[in-house]
Design a protein around this ligand. Structure first.
Ligand code: PMV
Length: 342
């Protein structure tokens, strides 16, 4: 790894990956979605520049290559050159919110470098980080996307995004004609999820643009978005009732509706089919076009083994991980640092 900060970062923040349990894509059009943080994390380190130019993992930090981090630092009010590092357990461009987690952790590190927030982060600090991270992500994605990912990576736990405010309301976000109400949602902590990564890379902005075109032009796509919304409303009740069987069945249906919108792939369909042999339900997660699928299962070892047998890279994760947090500066050893995200 070229040119790592010689003394390591002085400030380290981390944020979790997320999975969308229900409602991806439809949420962009005002339908509800349910997401949950999972225990895979992105770490971001900040130190003042040591060489008179901004770097990340030893490479020049540029708008062109690191738009999420550059926007995050700018919006966090960071001025002058910086030496950034990043390390991640989260595969990038795979629907697990790696860009959102990177953005959230970068905002937190940037704000902490200015002493605007302190360790340990409280609700007020998260309230400062969340909107800035969404703005940074939105700009980096060319002005598209909902606040689902950045909110989940910031708050942790479970999150319901809806067009109306209800129990557990945290705040509202408006972009143009769209207002999203963000809520905390308790997810049963004993639910196991297996993530199956196809290794195919889908770009969120491309997938969102593709679905957007379809929805503008075709009535069936608008109906499908509405069907997903109705399904998410049922799923919310099933999650609150801790009815894993029902949640699994609704995941199966959500996958089929996403396939109608054209965001599944042959490999995602295959993994979903294989997982369903042992799982309560399975679906693609995130923007699709590759990336990951998730399976809710009572037998994670078997579901993961079945998926691995057909070529998936698997992770067994716990739902409802902690949101953004400050870490001791020793949390990111030079050996952890990688540039896969960048
Ligand atoms: O693929 P991801 O993790 O970036 O998830 C995107 C979720 C979408 O609903 C497709 C877009 C959005 O901004 O909500």
């Amino acid at each position: 790894m070229a040119g790592l900060a010689r003394w390591g970062p002085l400030i380290v923040a981390s944020a979790p990956a997320k999975v969308i349990l229900f409602g991806e894509h439809a949420v962009v059009f005002g339908e509800p979605a349910i997401a949950a943080a999972v225990d895979l994390r992105v770490h971001v380190g900040w130190a003042p520049s040591q060489g008179g130019a901004s770097t990340v993992n030893g490479y020049p930090l540029t708008d062109q290559h690191h738009a999420f981090m550059v926007n995050a630092l700018r919006l966090a009010g960071v001025e002058g050159d910086v030496t950034m590092t990043s390390a991640s357990d989260v595969p990038s461009a795979s629907g697990l919110g790696s860009s959102a987690a990177l953005t959230v952790a970068s905002v937190a590190a940037g704000l902490a470098s200015r002493s605007v927030i302190q360790h340990p982060l409280d609700a007020a600090a998260r309230e400062t980080i969340g909107p800035l991270a969404y703005e940074a992500e939105w700009l980096a994605q060319g002005g598209s996307g909902s606040p689902t990912d950045t909110t989940t990576c910031t708050l942790g736990g479970g999150v319901l995004v809806d067009s109306v405010a209800g129990a557990g309301h945290v705040r509202a976000v408006t972009r143009g004609e769209r207002t999203w109400h963000l809520h905390g949602l308790d997810i049963p902590s004993d639910w196991s999820l297996v993530i199956g990564n196809t290794g195919e890379r889908g770009r969120t902005a491309d997938q969102v643009a593709r679905v957007g075109r379809l929805v503008r032009r075709r009535a069936f796509a608008r109906e499908t978005v509405g069907d997903i919304g109705a399904l998410v409303r049922q799923a919310r009740k099933a999650v609150q009732a801790a009815d894993a069987g029902k949640v699994g069945a609704l995941m199966d249906r959500n996958h089929n509706l996403l396939a109608i919108l054209g965001v599944s792939t042959k490999r995602l369909d295959r993994y979903v089919e294989v997982a369903r042999r042992s799982a309560l339900g399975a679906k693609l997660t995130g923007s699709g076009g590759g990336g990951c699928m998730i399976a809710l299962t009572r037998d994670p070892a078997r579901t993961a083994a079945d998926l691995a047998r057909v070529g998936a890279v698997t992770h067994v994760v716990r739902l409802g991980a902690e949101g953004v947090r400050m870490e001791p500066d020793s949390a990111m050893a030079a050996s952890d640092v990688d540039d896969r995200l960048l």
